[in-house]
Design a protein around this ligand. Structure first.
Ligand SMILES: [Zn+2]
Length: 305
């Protein structure tokens, strides 16, 4: 392995956060991006605040939930009530989720570059922003899919029509019995496709094909300058993105590990020398990187004239 040669590491001391990211993007042969809840929050897709209180006033009054996270792992009294909540949840976080500006910016910044994304978010943000599906690996499931709660079959089913019916026909925080979905194979209740506290979820053919594309990407750039970029990955499930990313950075001498997070998470000593922590708001950061990239393009254009 050759010595690493990232200019952003040797000359980065006096650069702004956005210049560091901009420079790293230009230096990299490929970019691996991990996206967590912090990225969604940057565009206002949060689990607390008005977005939560305005959509679930009845549930909040009954159960005194603090946020949607607490709600999403709640033990409901019955399936009628559970689906009254989750149908609205899916609508909010998937079907009616608006376009996120930071996702659009990220897509523009990645244009013409070799990249792949892995995300722990199960929302609709990447599809909505028009990302190439083959470059995004939804490792934690998707809110618009259903799975058998017993996992008897490796199949996932689209739930959008059903969720719409549930929203239309729910009364007093309950959906009618005839809308409650049960597994066609084993009769167990269906649930949203997401990983539970034991890290289990149903993985189907589509999941494995997405996973393969992700691994193919990693295998393609083993000796190249790989920018490993983490956007808003916290410590909810570090085993999904954060720890594998740090391990990858440790194993690859040419990789640069860049983490964007307001909080200061521990970086292992072995990768510290090839790490950059940007304590920045993701939305502002991407805005500024985009401006810098436009200036760079203008300069190139001017020198070519
Ligand atoms: Zn089943």
């Amino acid at each position: 392995m050759g010595k690493t040669s990232w200019h952003v590491l040797s000359n980065g001391e006096y650069l702004t956060a956005s210049s560091k990211l901009s420079m790293a993007l230009d230096e990299a042969d490929a970019v691996l991006i991990g996206v967590g809840a912090g990225m969604a929050a940057a565009d206002g897709f949060t689990y607390a605040g008005p977005r939560f209180t305005q959509n679930f006033p009845d549930f909040i009054e009954k159960y005194r939930w603090l946020d949607m996270f607490q709600a999403s792992v709640f033990e409901f009294e019955n399936l009628n009530e559970e689906w009254a909540f989750f149908s609205r949840f899916v609508d909010l976080n998937y079907m009616s989720q608006p376009l996120g500006e930071s996702y659009i910016r990220l897509k523009e910044l990645l244009e013409g570059r070799n990249y792949h994304i892995i995300t722990s978010n199960a929302d609709n943000a990447f599809e909505k922003a028009g990302f190439d599906k083959n470059k995004v690996f939804d490792v934690q499931g998707k809110y618009n899919l259903l799975q058998c709660s017993k996992g008897c079959t490796p199949k996932r089913y689209n739930n959008e029509e059903l969720m719409k019916d549930m929203i239309d026909r729910q009364r007093g925080m309950k959906v009618p019995d005839d809308l409650i979905p049960y597994c066609k194979e084993c009769g167990a209740p269906m649930e949203l496709n997401r990983r539970n506290h034991t890290d289990w979820m149903v993985e189907d053919e589509q999941f494995f094909s997405d996973q393969k594309l992700f691994h193919n990407f990693l295998d393609s750039y083993t000796d190249k300058k790989l920018l490993i970029l983490e956007l808003g990955c916290g410590y909810m499930a570090p085993q999904v993105i954060k720890h594998p990313f740090q391990q990858l950075a440790e194993n690859r001498q040419n990789a640069l590990y860049m983490t964007v997070n307001l909080k200061d998470y521990r970086i292992p000593p072995a990768v510290r020398k090839r790490s950059i922590w940007l304590q920045e708001d993701i939305r502002t950061l991407l805005e500024n990187v985009q401006k810098e990239q436009q200036i760079i393009k203008m300069k190139i254009y001017e020198t070519e004239q």
